[in-house]
Ligand binder design. Structure first.
Ligand code: SF4
Length: 439
């Protein structure tokens, strides 16, 4: 095997990776034992029964931050709802997000949707076959392009994710580090060159490396070398470096923590809950959530804030704490259950008018009652004229910190069936399958 030249810091040189990769691939050990092991021991996963590029693409996107066993039901349900790329492209984004609910990292769903539109509108509905063309599809990066091109179209191109990089690093005993972009480029160059030798079928070579990294060549002490089909040729095993490779990632700065206090605000009159939609852009854009306050607040403060907004608080209980970790931020959330009677409104009723394709909400009427909005999706709702109700003069309320007033009052089952919620809120709502229709 070719000895990789090292810089003074012991790292691979960045320059001329193709030259290095070509030489390394020529001297690479025989990988037929890996392909035989894969054909005999591979896990039976639904996306391994297809060569449809749309289905392979979907599985790769879902698997990016999620374990295979978790992905299976989501993958099957998503394909039932959107069996082809054309049906996905034609769907409203809210429906796509709803089908994604529970998987998290919703930017993946938005990118998938944007990519489907691109394939229909720009490629005339024909899936690009080469990795270069796939890279032009919004949301498709190098790993996914290589995976779809090799698995669906047998193109000789590598697909290097963290698992594959770990396997290559250990087989060659390279001093690579997790999360290092230059080391990843070296791994990609090496695997591309291995494909270009023409010694192995493209799809099975990529899949077998992915599988080995997922189930045998696991990180750190979890590596199961005695079960590995490549143990005889693995340089890291022969030199006792398995657990040390790849090296640890550079320590990142801790994520900022945002404290939020969510209120399960329950209308005592009909047991509907208050919901509010997040802004149309930014974090979790367009999702729904419970009314909330910024920061950590005490029972007395919540009681006072609600009273100042005109609610009469009948019961107020602390439910506990949950945490949601995003890529750039952590939410530490307190949850409170507040049973209230609604305020006497002095302004126009808080009516939810559904945009086209969106489900109808409930209208909060000015006298504090609620009623179901029966308008069809997309139709404006005109409240039935009611006798004016004398409104109590609004007290000079202190502004609650970030208090988001509910705009819709719904049964929790109806809301769970129709809206998309951040993961941290979902455990307070009924399972979508148990949701009762809102009519
Ligand atoms: S022998 Fe061990 S370290 Fe080497 S590839 Fe196999 S599982 Fe990974």
């Amino acid at each position: 095997m070719v000895k990789a030249k090292k810089t003074a810091s012991g790292r691979l040189p960045a320059a001329d990776l193709v030259t290095w990769g070509t030489a390394a691939a020529r001297a690479w050990p025989e990988l037929q034992p890996l392909l035989r092991w894969f054909s005999e021991h591979k896990r039976d996963l639904p996306w391994r029964h297809t060569r449809d590029p749309y289905k392979i693409w979907l599985s790769e996107v879902m698997l990016q931050q999620t374990q295979a066993q978790t992905v299976i039901p989501y993958y099957q349900n998503f394909l039932q709802r959107f069996p082809t790329v054309r049906e996905l492209a034609a769907a409203p984004q809210a429906e796509v997000l709803k089908a994604w609910e529970g998987l998290g990292y919703y930017s993946r769903a938005r990118n998938l949707h944007a990519g489907a539109k691109y394939i229909i509108e720009t490629c005339g509905g024909c899936f690009p076959e080469s990795a270069e063309a796939l890279l032009k599809v919004p949301g498709i990066g190098r790993y996914t392009a290589g995976s779809v091109a090799s698995l669906a179209f047998a193109q000789p191109v590598g697909a290097v994710d963290g698992n594959v990089l770990r396997v290559l690093c250990r087989l060659g005993n390279y001093p690579w580090q997790q999360g290092n972009a230059r080391d990843r480029r070296a791994g990609e160059a090496l695997l591309d060159c291995l494909h270009q030798t023409g010694r192995y079928p493209a799809g099975p070579l990529n899949e077998s490396l992915i599988e080995l990294g997922a189930v045998i060549c696991r990180p750190g002490a979890q590596a199961n070398c005695p079960a590995c089909p490549l143990q005889i040729v693995c340089k890291a095993r022969l030199s006792g470096q398995v657990q040390a490779l790849p090296g640890p990632a550079r320590r990142l700065a801790p994520l900022p923590v945002e404290q939020r206090s969510f209120l399960l605000l329950i209308n005592q009159a009909d047991q509907t809950w208050g919901f509010v939609q997040r802004p149309a852009s930014g974090l979790l854009a367009g999702f729904w959530e419970f009314p909330s306050l910024d920061g950590k607040v005490s029972q007395e403060e919540i009681d006072r804030y609600l009273e100042e907004q005109g609610y009469r608080v009948l019961h107020l209980d602390y439910l506990g704490q949950r945490r949601q970790i995003f890529t750039h931020l952590i939410w530490d959330c307190d949850f409170w259950r507040a049973e209230v009677s609604l305020p006497l409104a002095s302004g126009p009723p808080a009516v939810t008018v559904s945009p086209p394709g969106e489900p109808p909400g409930l209208a909060a009427l000015p006298d504090g009652q609620t009623a179901r909005q029966l308008a069809e999706p997309g139709q404006a709702y005109t409240p039935v004229p009611r006798k004016p109700v004398p409104a109590a003069p609004a007290p000079a309320a202190e502004q609650a910190p970030g208090f988001s007033q509910p705009t819709s009052w719904l049964s929790p089952a109806g809301a769970a069936a129709r809206f998309t919620f951040p993961r941290v809120l979902q455990s307070f709502l009924p399972e979508p399958g148990a949701a009762a229709p809102l009519s």
